[in-house]
Design a protein around this ligand. Structure first.
Ligand code: MTE
Length: 310
C-alpha cells in the first residue's frame, strides 16, 4: 500500500528546525574561527547539526522538543516515562568505545568521536510509533546504518546485525535488577539494516542527542515499533543467528523480532489502529508501516509466514 501524502500537512521548511541546525552550526564554526572549513569540525560538534535530507518528509507537525525529551522509555533508568533528569545525571557518553565484531573481515573497537568522523551525517525528519500507541515526529541527526555496515565489512554469511546497549550498572541503575534480560538487545536482518531508512541517530533537534533519548548512538527504524530503537549502543555484532531481543525475552507472546507497525494487527491487550501524538488531545489513524510502505514493503514479500507485526 502506498502512502497517500496529504501535501497540505507537510511540514513547512521553517518548522523543521533547519535554522537551528544551520545557525547553530554556523555560530559554532564562527566561534571556533572555523567558518568555511567544515571538514575540520571536531566530531563532537559534528554530532549536533547536519544538513537535512529532504527525502524524508513528515505529514504531521513536529513534536515540541520539550515533550520528545521529557517523555521517554528507557528501562535502564526505570519504568516511568519521567527519567530524563536521572539519565542526564547518570549517563556519561565520553569516553565511549564502540565494538564492531562477529562475522566481519576484521573486528574493530573505535571511539565514538572517531566513528562519527567517518560517517556522513545528515538530518532526517522521522515518525516514531511506540507499541504503547503514543507517537512523535522528530528531527534526528545521524548516519545511515549502511555506512557503518560498509565500515564493518561483514562476511557473506552474516544474516543479522545485533545491537546492544552498554552494560554498566553504575550508569544504568536498573541493570542491577536481574529480573530484566540486560543488556537491551535488538537486531535487524542485513536487508533491513541496509534499507535506506535504517538510521543511527546521534543528535535531536539540531543538538547532540540527549542522554534520555539514547546518547551517543541510537537506532531509528521508523517503520517499526519504537522498542526496536535500541539506545546507547556500544556493540554492533554481525551474526548468522537471529537474536532474541529484550522484549521478546520478556514477553514472547506480545513482542517479536519483526515489530513492523500494522494498524490492522492488534497487540494482545490493545488495538493498534490509532495513536496519540505527544502533545495532542486527539487520536489519529496509524498507518501501515507507520507511513513508510513505499520504502520497506519489498523487504517482506517473501516472509509472509513470519509474525511480521508484533
Ligand atoms: N533502549 C534501551 N536501551 N532501553 C529501553 O528501555 N525503550 C525502547 C526504545 N529503546 C528502550 C530503548 C522503547 S519501548 C521506545 S518507545 C523508545 O526507545 C523510546 O525512545 P524515546 O525515549 O527517545 O522516545
Amino acid at each position: 500500500m502506498l502512502i497517500k501524502r496529504r501535501r497540505g500537512w507537510e511540514l513547512p521548511e521553517s518548522a523543521a528546525t533547519p535554522e537551528a541546525v544551520y545557525l547553530n552550526r554556523r555560530a559554532l564554526l564562527a566561534g571556533m574561527g572555523m567558518a568555511g572549513i567544515g571538514l575540520a569540525l571536531p566530531s563532537l560538534a559534528r554530532a549536533q547539526g547536519a544538513p537535512r535530507n529532504e527525502r524524508y518528509k513528515l505529514d504531521r507537525p513536529l513534536t515540541p522538543e520539550k515533550l520528545a525529551t521529557t517523555y521517554n522509555n528507557f528501562y535502564e533508568f526505570g519504568d516511568s516515562k519521567n527519567i530524563w533528569q536521572m539519565a542526564q545525571s547518570s549517563l556519561k557518553t565520553r569516553p565511549w568505545t564502540v565494538k564492531i565484531d562477529g562475522m566481519v573481515e576484521k573486528p574493530i573497537e573505535i571511539g565514538v568521536d572517531d566513528l562519527l568522523a567517518k560517517m556522513p551525517l545528515e538530518e532526517r525528519l522521522y515518525r516514531h510509533r511506540c507499541v504503547e500507541t503514543w507517537s512523535m515526529n522528530v528531527p534526528y541527526t545521524g548516519f545511515a546504518l549502511s555506512a557503518l555496515i560498509d565500515l564493518a565489512k561483514p562476511l557473506s554469511g552474516a544474516k543479522y546485525v545485533v545491537m546492544r546497549t552498554l552494560a554498566d550498572p553504575r550508569m544504568f541503575p536498573k541493570q542491577r535488577e536481574f529480573y530484566y534480560p540486560w543488556p537491551y538487545t535488538e537486531g535487524l536482518t542485513m536487508a533491513e539494516a541496509r534499507n535506506e531508512l535504517s538510521f543511527i541517530a546521534t543528535g535531536l533537534y539540531g543538538k547532540a542527542l540527549p542522554a534520555q533519548n539514547g546518547a551517543p548512538l541510537r537506532l531509528a527504524t521508523p517503520w517499526k515499533y519504537g522498542f526496536k530503537h535500541v539506545k546507547s549502543i556500544n556493540h554492533f555484532e554481525f551474526s548468522d543467528k537471529r537474536p532474541v531481543s529484550f522484549w521478546e525475552k520478556m514477553g514472547p507472546d506480545e513482542y517479536g523480532f519483526w515489530a513492523n507497525v500494522n494498524p490492522n494487527v492488534a497487540h494482545p491487550r490493545w488495538s493498534q489502529a490509532t495513536e496519540k501524538p505527544l502533545g495532542s488531545e486527539e487520536r489519529i489513524p496509524t498507518l501501515m508501516y507507520n507511513g513508510y510502505t513505499e520504502f520497506v514493503a519489498a523487504l517482506y514479500t517473501d516472509l509472509q509466514g513470519e509474525k511480521l507485526y508484533k
